[in-house]
Design a protein around this ligand. Sequence first.
Ligand SMILES: Nc1nc2c(ncn2[C@@H]2O[C@H](COP(=O)(O)OP(=O)(O)OP(=O)(O)O)[C@@H](O)[C@H]2O)c(=O)[nH]1
Ligand SMILES: [Mg+2]
Length: 291
Amino acid sequence: MNHIHFTEYGKPWRKTPWGEEEQLGKSLREFKLNTPNIKHVRILVIGRVGSGKSSFINSVNSVFQKRITTEALVNKTSDSRTFTKLYKTYYIRNGQSVLPFVLTDTMGLESEDGHGVHQDDVVKAMEGCIKERYKFNPDSPVSPQDEGYRSDPSLQDQTYCLVYVLPADKISLTVNNDDDEVIKQIKYIKNKANELEIPQVVIMTRADEACPLVKNDIRKIYTSKKIKKKLEECSECTGIPVSHVFPVKSYHEEIDTQADIDVLILRALTHIVHLANDALTVKSNESRNSE
Ligand SMILES: Nc1nc2c(ncn2[C@@H]2O[C@H](COP(=O)(O)OP(=O)(O)OP(=O)(O)O)[C@@H](O)[C@H]2O)c(=O)[nH]1
Ligand SMILES: [Mg+2]
């Protein structure tokens, strides 16, 4: 008996450039911002504790270095408290230079016992008011009196794409739960991001943990019915259209990079970088016109 139709579509519902990791990588290595006097666009990565933010940032870097890198420390313990505590920016080296997009890691949003990043800290980070290596304080949001506060953010300090990281294997627990604190925080942050005109994307991590088909063969990511359902749940609980939701598997136990994992990460990143570049173009034109 063939049960395949219960779990899998006959053909992928989203086209994926399998085998084109070299071209995708090359385009991003050669990518130039529309605004020449700005060195990089900032991509801010947020999400619940343990959702895979740091692993995603490491994976992006691993793709470009063509080896597994773990610059952003990942939580390998069963401790449910957020592991990342600093506001820290990751640059991607490309030979002697760095690429014109950077990813900023944050402390996890968290519902239990208030140990996560404060939602207003995320808003301040989007505005560019948080200095590098600021240590998040769950008890109170950053204030102008803090050393880590920047009161005069430049264009380069601001965020041009907000990335929500949601874990595929845990999303169902939250989607129909209006009392979920993290979902409330995400809605609050989303409103602010909309006001600031920051484009937003969802990275759905841990796709392998959510679907055995994908664990076995990553190329099934767009034929798996389970993954499609999870993507729709991600879209529903953030209000981000499915077209802006990207499923990935991050590097977490591999010792070498793999072409198919690279393709999914590069595809999502290409989308993010283009949105960020567009947002930067708009903001820099606005600031020039107001001078
Ligand atoms: N199987 C699998 N595991 C993953 C994936 N991404 C992350 N993980 C694992 O999930 C756990 C949490 O990952 P982190 O990257 O530390 O998550 P985080 O969002 O940075 O967590 P905090 O900094 O604590 O808020 C680690 O054990 C990772 O190895 C993935 O795509 N697949
Ligand atoms: Mg982390």
